[in-house]
Design a binder for this molecule. Structure first.
Ligand SMILES: [Zn+2]
Length: 275
């Protein structure tokens, strides 16, 4: 399941092909969307935004294509007139003089004016996107201490896209390890300093994962581990995630596994003391 950084990287590929160029053809597989093809034809693409797992293709006439990949959707970017070899069903194609961006298999596609985005049922309930909206430390601390969120255990809260969009399983585990917070702690149990550190860690690790394509440990630690012979990516990218039974790189204690929040949870009981 892709997390925020992976979705943003996919959006970057689409943006590279489409942004700044006029769409010479937009086609939808679904009959209900056919009426929009003429509206979008000849319009320049201004930007590709992400909100959680939704991708928003924004045109210069203020119309937006909303698409959500769900589990099966997949975007391909190809030179114009050169579709990929695939048995998937083509659902949406945006073509300009140079490139074609094609969405296969996804069925959750809609077209709406930009001013109506906030009324879309998915977008209306999702929190700010860490890589697209780029919420700052103050805003994240404000959300952590809001009545809606402050009494929730961090293990569940960090995965809740209503709180912030973009954190999945591996980022949740790593954020809590790097911030030194136990998964069952609640924002209400944290000091001001801990909340600040948590907010900074959420921002730093999400952006680092985007930049490094999924390597969460600090660069100096990664270098040291590689020099020690750990050349397999899975051995140096995380401190906790998927490392049950192995030593924590910060303190040497064994990483443990639990299924807190109903999903795989890894943490260091020494760095992340129970509340
Ligand atoms: Zn530790």
């Amino acid at each position: 399941m892709p997390e925020g950084p992976e979705i943003r990287l996919a959006a970057d590929r689409i943006a590279h092909a489409l942004v700044g160029r006029k769409a010479r053809r937009v086609s939808f597989a679904f009959h209900r969307l056919k009426e929009f093809e003429a509206k979008l034809r000849g319009q320049r693409v201004l930007e590709i935004r992400t909100r959680g797992k939704a991708i928003l293709t924004c045109f210069e006439n203020d119309w937006v294509i909303y698409s959500h990949n769900q589990l099966y959707g997949r975007w391909y970017v190809c030179p114009a007139g050169n579709p990929p070899q695939t048995r998937r069903q083509l659902r949406l194609e945006i073509e300009n003089q140079k490139y074609s961006a094609m969405l296969y298999s996804a069925s959750d596609i809609e077209v709406m004016p930009r001013r109506d985005l906030h009324m879309h049922p998915f977008l209306a309930r999702i929190g700010p996107d860490l890589l697209s909206d780029k919420p700052g430390v103050d805003l994240i601390v404000k959300r952590l201490t809001a009545d809606e969120f402050r009494n929730r255990q961090l293990a569940g809260l960090l995965l809740d896209q209503k709180f912030l969009a973009g954190l999945g399983n591996y980022l949740r585990a790593e954020v809590l390890t790097h911030a030194g917070l136990h998964p069952l702690r609640r924002p209400a149990d944290c000091s001001e300093g801990q909340l600040l550190k948590l907010a900074k860690t959420i921002i730093r690790l999400t952006h680092r994962s985007y930049r490094t394509r999924g390597i969460i440990n600090p660069p100096a630690l990664v270098k040291r581990l590689q020099a020690e012979g750990k050349t397999n990516r899975e051995d140096y990218r995380f401190n906790s995630y998927n490392r049950a039974g192995q030593p924590c790189y910060f303190c040497g204690h064994e990483i443990v596994f639990s299924s807190a929040g109903g999903r795989k949870m890894y943490f260091c009981p020494s760095c992340q003391v129970a509340p």
